[in-house]
Design a protein around this ligand. Structure first.
Ligand code: OAD
Length: 246
């Protein structure tokens, strides 16, 4: 077996579930905290198929503003720490976030559950997905089949196409890290039920409550930029020790 394959087979798999909290310190609003997006907007009016049918300009504007903001921010220490973790682990990120900060910090295995802000897709064919180069998507921007493009976002009331792929990834985790999510939105919030009960689980969130009914869970009530690099450092040290032991 070539060395790369051998290393891949002995590396443990860490599955990381991220939510809006990991990007908060980059300057992107969460949804349900004070000042969160859903305290400023009614999601039914900007993030639902009904809103798109009723007032597409409003929906476009909402996502154009968010895309403009995304282009002005950078990944933070928590995103970069997850990239660092790939030195010793297979790291599979499942994110509810629609930003691209995991991509920009160099992580290599990322599954977006709720879509991607910097992409558009055809309203006629869900498989026609395009990168958006700047911040603006407009009414009158068409796919190659001549249909209007919409934000590539999973809106309320729509199914989450990647959820079973995500469940399969969680099932195979050796270790799970959950960062900055209120775990209030299903089906994403239900993913932990697929986690092997023996797998160590770490939750990093300043507002985490001890009520989670999950086995082997350790909670760190810290912001992502503090808690994630700290945990990553510990995991990297433990991986080195495991490899050195006879
Ligand atoms: P929420 O806004 O519901 O939760 C954000 C979580 O991040 C909270 O638990 C905060 O305590 C935590 N948090 C805040 N600042 C943090 C920091 N600096 N470091 C770490 N954690 C911090 O966001 P999500 O759980 O991601 O879906 O929301 C899930 C989904 O609901 C979103 O993907 C979005 C939304 O509606 C869609 O738009 C489809």
């Amino acid at each position: 077996m070539v060395r790369g394959n051998l290393l891949a087979t002995i590396m443990k798999t860490i599955v990381v579930l991220t939510g809006a909290g990991i990007s908060a310190e980059s300057g992107i609003s969460t949804f349900r905290d004070n000042n969160g997006l859903w305290r400023q907007y009614r999601f039914e009016e900007v993030a639902s198929p009904e809103a798109w049918a009723r007032e597409p300009e409003l929906v476009m504007d909402f996502y154009n503003m968010r895309r403009k903001q995304l282009l002005a921010v950078k990944p933070n220490a928590a995103h970069f720490a997850l990239e660092e973790l790939e030195k010793k682990f297979r790291v599979r990120i499942i994110t509810q976030n629609v930003d691209d900060l995991h991509e920009r910090s160099g992580s290599s295995d990322i599954l977006h559950l709720h879509g991607e802000l910097r992409k558009a897709r055809s309203t006629a064919d869900k498989d026609l997905v395009y990168d958006i180069s700047g911040w603006e998507l407009k009414l009158g921007d068409f796919c190659e089949k001549g249909s209007q493009l919409r934000p590539h976002i999973v809106w309320f009331g729509e199914t989450v196409p990647n959820i079973m792929v995500a469940a399969g990834i969680v099932r195979k985790a050796d270790i799970i890290i959950i960062i900055g999510t209120s775990l209030k939105v299903y089906p994403a919030a239900g993913l932990l039920q697929y986690a092997p009960s023996s797998a160590p689980k770490y939750l990093i969130d300043p507002e985490a409550t001890p009520e989670y009914q999950v086995r082997n869970l350790q909670i760190f009530r810290e912001k992502a930029c503090i808690g994630v690099p700290k945990l990553v450092k510990e995991l990297l040290i433990s991986a080195v020790q495991t490899h050195q032991s006879p």
